[in-house]
Design a protein around this ligand. Structure first.
Ligand SMILES: Cc1ncc(COP(=O)(O)O)c(C=O)c1O
Length: 429
C-alpha cells in the first residue's frame, strides 16, 4: 500500500479537504524533495518551523550526540543538562525581564501552561484576546482564538473571554487612514476589558505579528499603548511568539519590533528547527507562583529537542536573523513592484521572512480574493514552490520560508507568484 492510500484509509486528516499529493521525503536548506525526486522551494517551512533550514548539520549533530546518550528521563523529575542550558539561553535572548521557562511539546500546550501560571499569579480568571487571532486547537486556546473558521464545531467555549478589534490597517475596523491613525484599536482594549468582562481579567494574549489571521502587523505604537492600558488595569501581557519567534520576523522575537517587554511569552515551532518542543517563559516573580503539584509534562523538555534548540539558537544568532531582515525587505520590495501592475494584490505586508500577500477579487470593494489565493497556491505547488494561505477568508498568500533561503531562490518565488497571479487573473472569475 502506498503512503497516499495509507493516509486515505488510516490517518485522520482534520484540517484540509485533501492532503497535498506531495510525499515529503527529504529536506535540504530551503528545499523539500518529494519521494520521486521533485524539488520544491519550501516557502512554508512546515508551517513556519524549520527556520534554520531542513537538515541543518549543526543542529542535527547536537541532537544526535544527545540521542546517543539519553532520549528521555522526564525533565521535571531529574536534572537534564540540555534543559538547563536551553533555559539559561532563553533567559538571555528573550526581551525584558523574562527569566524562568517551562517546556512542553507543542504551541497550544505552552499557552495552556502560561494561562495556568498567569491565573495562579494574579488570582484572576478572565482573558482578553484579538478578534482574528489564532492560538491553537486545545480547549482554552480555541477559546481565545478569534479566527472563527478555526472554531467551528467545537463550541461552546470557555467563558470569561472577550475579543478586542484586530489591529489590521489594510481593513481598519474604524476605517482610519494609516496616516491619521490614532490607535483606536489599541485604545479599545480598555473598553472591551471594562464593558465585556467582569473585572477579573487575568491576561491579554496577542501574537506580535499575527500568523494564521493573515500575516497582520499591528501598527507602530499599538503594543506600547496596549501595554500602558494593561499596566494601568493590572492585566498581564502574554506575547504568543509560537509562530513569530526565532528569527522569523528579522528579530529573534517579533515583540522586539514593538519596543515592549511582555510579562509572559509562549514559544514553539521554530524553537528547535523541527524537533518537537514548546516553552513559556515568565518574569521571575510570576514564574515562582507555581505551587507544588501545579504543572508537569511527561515529554516536555525532551533532552534531544532541547539540545537541538540550543544549537538552533546559536545558529540563528550567527547572522541568520539579521540576514532574514534584509532578505525580507528586498523580497517585499519586489512584491510591491509587482503590485503596481497586478490589481489582484491588495496588500503586501510582513516583517522579515513572515510575509503576507493579500489578494482581492475587486480593487473597488476589496472583496476577498479567496478563490484567487487558492488558485495561486496550487499554481505555485505545480511549479515547484510551496506556499501557505491564511486570513479569516483564506485570501492571504503566506510566505514563511526557512531563513536560510537565498536571494536567487526568493527571486524564483517572486517570479512564480507573478506567473500564478497572471494565470489567476485570466482563469478565476
Ligand atoms: C500563534 C500561534 N499560537 C499557537 C499555535 C498552536 O501551536 P501548535 O499547533 O504547536 O499547538 C499556533 C499554530 O499555528 C500559532 O500560530
Amino acid at each position: 500500500m502506498g503512503v497516499q492510500e495509507q493516509y486515505r484509509d488510516y490517518v485522520m486528516t482534520g484540517f484540509v479537504k485533501r492532503v497535498e499529493p506531495v510525499v515529503a521525503d527529504r529536506g535540504d536548506g530551503a528545499y523539500l524533495y518529494d519521494a520521486d525526486g521533485t524539488e520544491y522551494i519550501d516557502c512554508f517551512a512546515g508551517i513556519s518551523v524549520t527556520n534554520a533550514g531542513h537538515h541543518n548539520e549543526k543542529i542535527l549533530a547536537a541532537a544526535m550526540e544527545q540521542a546517543q546518550k539519553l532520549v528521555h528521563a522526564c525533565s521535571y523529575v531529574y536534572h537534564v543538562p540540555s534543559v538547563g542550558a536551553l533555559a539559561e539561553k532563553l533567559a538571555q535572548i528573550t526581551p525584558g525581564d523574562l527569566k524562568k521557562t517551562f517546556f512542553g511539546n507543542g504551541g497550544a500546550e505552552a499557552i495552556e501552561g502560561a494561562f495556568r501560571l498567569a491565573k495562579r499569579y494574579s488570582g484572576k480568571r478572565e482573558f482578553l484576546a484579538i478578534e482574528s487571532s489564532f492560538h491553537g486547537r486545545s480547549f482554552a486556546t480555541l477559546s481565545v482564538t478569534g479566527n472563527s473558521g478555526r472554531k467551528k464545531g467545537g463550541g461552546p467555549y470557555m467563558p470569561g473571554v472577550a475579543f478586542t478589534p484586530t489591529p489590521y490597517c489594510y481593513r481598519c475596523f474604524a476605517e482610519k487612514d494609516p496616516d491619521t491613525c490614532d490607535l483606536l484599536c489599541a485604545r479599545r482594549v480598555a473598553e472591551v476589558a471594562r464593558l465585556h468582562l467582569s473585572g477579573d481579567v487575568c491576561a491579554f494574549i496577542a501574537e506580535p505579528v499575527m500568523g494564521e489571521g493573515g500575516i497582520i502587523v499591528p501598527p507602530e505604537g499599538y503594543f506600547r499603548r496596549v501595554k500602558e492600558i494593561l499596566d494601568e488595569m493590572g492585566i498581564l501581557f502574554i506575547a504568543d511568539e509560537v509562530q513569530s519567534g526565532f528569527g522569523r520576523t528579522g528579530k529573534m522575537f517579533a515583540i522586539e519590533h514593538h519596543g515592549v517587554a511582555p510579562d509572559l511569552m509562549t514559544m514553539a515551532k521554530g524553537i528547535a528547527d523541527g524537533w518537537p518542543l514548546s516553552a513559556f517563559i515568565a518574569r521571575p516573580e510570576i514564574a515562582d507562583a507555581f505551587q507544588v503539584g501545579d504543572h508537569l509534562s511527561t515529554f516536555g523538555g525532551n533532552p534531544v529537542s532541547c539540545a537541538a534548540a540550543v544549537a538552533n539558537i546559536d545558529f540563528l544568532l550567527d547572522g541568520v536573523v539579521d540576514d532574514a531582515a534584509r532578505k525580507g525587505e528586498a523580497f517585499m520590495a519586489k512584491l510591491r513592484e509587482l503590485q503596481k501592475t497586478q490589481p489582484l494584490i491588495g496588500d503586501v505586508r510582513g516583517k522579515g521572512l513572515m510575509v503576507g500577500v493579500e489578494l482581492i477579487a475587486d480593487p473597488a470593494t476589496k472583496a476577498y480574493g479567496t478563490a484567487q489565493a487558492g488558485f495561486v497556491r496550487q499554481y505555485c505547488l505545480d511549479h515547484g514552490v510551496l506556499i501557505g494561505v491564511g486570513g479569516n477568508f483564506g485570501s492571504v498568500l503566506r510566505i514563511q520560508p526557512p531563513l536560510v533561503i537565498d536571494d536567487a531562490q526568493l527571486d524564483r518565488v517572486v517570479a512564480t507568484i507573478a506567473a500564478g497571479l497572471g494565470a489567476a487573473a485570466k482563469t478565476v472569475a
